[in-house]
Design a binder for this molecule. Structure first.
Ligand code: ZN
Length: 267
């Protein structure tokens, strides 16, 4: 239980104070903090809420969206990522998860170039604050508008190109499970992996975004992937991140119990 973290989006019905209390009461010590959950109160107050419940902010979600069509968009993206880094530092989160972005108007090659340049532009601020930029490769079904970075291999390539220890990888089983080179790419990513997200892939998947399964409901070999990732030396938090209209319509208290059971039995 001391490695289980839950993303606030998973228990979408609860605001930050409620989630902190419910997680703490259930013995959950880590939280993936989505930025919307910080809206409406000073950052110091949000931090205090987590501290009061003994909850660690594991990750700040999310930055990224680097590809742009105009110089203004480019600057807005850098500014927003700097703000995300500031928020992470204020919350005590060691990393900002990057959904790197893509523009259907641009070629994938061009989007990828913008991503590498955008991350590079954020490294000095990340270094100053001691916060990591965690590239989260997304399933290729999102390559049109969410992320042109779709594999662990591409993520490692970007990190090697940038040569900064401030850039890491958030490995989410939902996005990487299908990769025929997964085992080799996990080994190659090695110590760059700084985040591990879990959920499951349902058959059929009725919605590309909001029909993810609770661990054990689908076909991903979560335990196998966890073993491979831990073989690289990773022993940090396991973050439960589930977008699910189905689960969001359940009673949230009952759902939290099921999340903990699923974590114990299927991760
Ligand atoms: Zn994720």
């Amino acid at each position: 239980m001391d490695r289980l973290a839950i993303h606030t989006i998973t228990t979408k019905a609860w605001d930050l104070p409620t989630a902190a209390k419910k997680y703490a009461d259930a013995g959950v010590r880590g939280m993936g903090v989505w930025r919307q959950w910080l809206d409406g109160r000073p950052l110091a107050e949000s931090r205090q809420i987590l501290d009061d419940h003994g909850i660690t902010a594991v990750s700040l979600v999310r930055g990224g969206f680097f590809p742009h069509l105009t110089p203004e968009e480019k600057q807005q993206s850098i500014d927003d990522n700097h703000r995300a880094l500031d928020e992470a530092a204020a919350m005590g989160a060691s990393q900002v998860v990057l959904v790197c972005g893509a523009k259907p108007e641009l070629s994938l090659t061009e989007s990828r170039k913008h991503i590498t340049e955008g991350i590079a532009a954020c490294i000095p601020h990340a270094e100053k604050l001691g916060v990591k930029l965690a590239i989260e490769p997304l399933h290729p079904m999102y390559a049109d508008c969410r992320s042109a970075v779709n594999t662990l291999g591409q993520s490692t390539d970007i990190i090697e190109q940038l040569g900064s220890t401030r850039v890491g990888i958030a490995a989410d089983v939902y996005h990487i499970w299908w990769d025929p080179n997964l085992e080799q790419e996990i080994q190659r990513a090695g110590k760059h992996i700084c985040g591990f997200h879990v959920c499951d892939w349902l058959t059929p998947t009725n919605d590309f975004l909001n029909d993810r399964g609770l661990m054990g409901e689908g076909c991903i070999d979560i335990q196998g992937i966890r073993q491979q990732i831990e073989a690289t030396g990773f022993n940090d938090w396991v973050e439960v991140e589930i977008f699910s209209d189905r689960w969001w319509s359940h009673d949230p208290d009952e759902y939290l119990t099921k999340i903990i059971q699923a974590y114990k039995n299927h991760v």
